[in-house]
Design a protein around this ligand. Structure first.
Ligand code: SF4
Length: 399
């Protein structure tokens, strides 16, 4: 069995024990755990936290506001109380690297066709029952298994491998923001862009700092009811909406949205209608929206996969409400995956899965038929990376 597969199987096994406990129980379990020593190689100071009167410290990075005793970890598992201060314990460590097509993040309007070096660490600040990466996002044992990667090594690898950008993905960069920022700074020295793939569940101050260093983001809007966020994801809707509005109106970060549609949970006409109307009103018509298919995973094994017709229906509702660029995802659908001019209807970028099959934009990102601009960042022609996924061993790229 290849090493990477063994590791994945192991991670899944240990993660199962951790995530089997409900969120409230997990915090109690953590509270009962004896103070532990964190690996000094991957532990760094953080600054979004404060001391409480009872001696604990409170992390202020996300709306969970975990309150931790000495030696205790927060709910995301990678931030912890060490010597009366909140530290990040996963700096410079990763659960793996891979070159992906940028369309897989998904970003359809940002350097289409180019390769993106993708990585994550471990831990997550939400608890989605349908998580597709739960062996990474919920792992408790990752730190003995993960690869070491200094920010400069990540940037150097991206450069050597011809990647135009680096993605903070697989788990949410919110929980490892100090590491993500250090990697982004190293990447910018080589003109390599940074892309956050995130649920957007964070508080205003760290949000402001993180997005100073990001060039693009794909934010999950997982549903449009507080009930869905609370019961299915263990969080709240409003902070995510706040992040979307912030990114669109107060930054230069290129923004796209993903909504995973789950049968019977968040896929009604009424919810998609309200959600996309909100999007057009508060974010404008140019933010691309990806409706992607759910596959049974993790704690949602009892539901069927999303029928392709549901994605097509959601795309149609979004476009009827004024979303100019709506896509279907996780299914083979050439029409739903392609980009069309919102003015004349010309196919601007044809896609078959992650492969680009047609290109009808000029060097200024305008429709070759009618001259209308297409929102996003484009070059004179599409990249040629195609649909490949290529695992990368970072230790081969130590500068
Ligand atoms: S980032 Fe982690 S430790 Fe901080 S509040 Fe959120 S879940 Fe808790």
């Amino acid at each position: 069995m290849p090493h990477s597969r063994s590791r994945r199987v192991f991670l899944r096994k240990v993660s199962r024990q951790w995530v089997a406990a409900p969120i409230a129980c997990r915090q109690n379990l953590l509270a009962m755990t004896a103070p532990e020593a964190f690996d000094p190689q991957s532990t760094v100071a953080t600054h979004y936290w404060h001391k409480l009167e009872d001696g604990r410290v409170q992390c202020d990075v996300c709306p969970r506001f975990c309150k931790m005793h000495e030696g205790q970890r927060g709910l995301c598992f990678v931030r912890a109380n060490q010597d009366g201060a909140v530290v990040l314990t996963s700096h410079g460590r990763s659960s793996g690297y891979c070159i992906d097509p940028i369309e897989k993040k998904p970003l359809n309007h940002y350097l289409p066709g180019t390769p993106i070096l993708s990585f994550g660490t471990a831990g997550c600040n939400l608890a989605c029952k349908f998580c597709q990466n739960w062996d990474i996002s919920k792992s408790r044992e990752w730190d003995t298994l993960a690869d070491a990667a200094a920010p400069e090594a990540v940037a150097f690898a991206a450069l050597r491998l011809g990647c135009r950008s680096v993605a903070y993905t697989y788990n949410d960069p919110v929980v490892f923001l100090e590491y993500a920022i250090d990697v982004a700074r190293a990447c910018h020295k080589h003109d390599i862009k940074s892309v956050a793939v995130t649920a957007g569940y964070m508080t205003p101050e760290p949000r402001r700092e993180l997005y100073q260093y990001m060039d693009a983001a794909n934010v999950d809007l997982k549903g449009f009811t507080e009930d869905f966020y609370f019961k299915i994801c263990g969080g709240h809707l409003q902070p995510v909406l706040d992040t979307l509005v912030y990114l669109k109106h107060e930054t230069r970060v290129w923004l796209e949205i993903t909504t995973l549609l789950i049968p019977g949970q968040n896929d009604s006409d009424e919810e998609i209608d309200r959600m996309t109307r909100w999007g057009v009103t508060h974010l404008g018509p140019d933010v691309p929206w990806h409706f992607t298919a759910f596959h049974p995973d993790w704690k949602m094994l009892d539901l069927p996969p999303t029928p392709p017709a549901t994605l097509t229906r959601a795309r149609r509702i979004a476009m009827d409400n004024g979303v100019r660029y709506a896509y279907t995802g996780n299914v083979r659908d050439e029409e739903g995956g392609s980009t069309y001019c919102h003015h004349c209807g010309e196919k601007l970028i044809g896609r078959d899965g992650y492969k680009i099959t047609a290109w009808s934009l000029d060097s200024g990102g305008k429709c070759r038929t009618c001259g209308t601009g297409c929102a996003g960042l484009f070059e004179a022609s599409a990249g040629t990376w195609g649909a490949r996924r290529q695992p990368v061993r970072l230790k081969d790229f130590v500068a």
